[in-house]
Write a protein that binds this ligand. Sequence first.
Ligand SMILES: [Zn+2]
Length: 85
Amino acid sequence: MKQSGQCPKCGSNHVIEDAKAIDHYDYGVQQEMQVGVDRNPNAWIFKAQAKSAVSAWLCAECGYVEFYADDPNTLAKAVQEAKDR
Ligand SMILES: [Zn+2]
């Protein structure tokens, strides 16, 4: 949907781009949804997690939502670092 501008479910071209993915509120402060990859997944505590916020593309007709990591390269590097350990 991000690349095509078209909903893969209903075919509509009415797509809302780059909507903020809100996870929750902490003491009235908006916290964005994130995805994470542990660079050191076998560590007991310090897993050195790489994180990226996510943004949403959604169809204004049927409501279908897709999430995209804002910084996928950082997550890919973390996966490689975990493999190299
Ligand atoms: Zn749709």
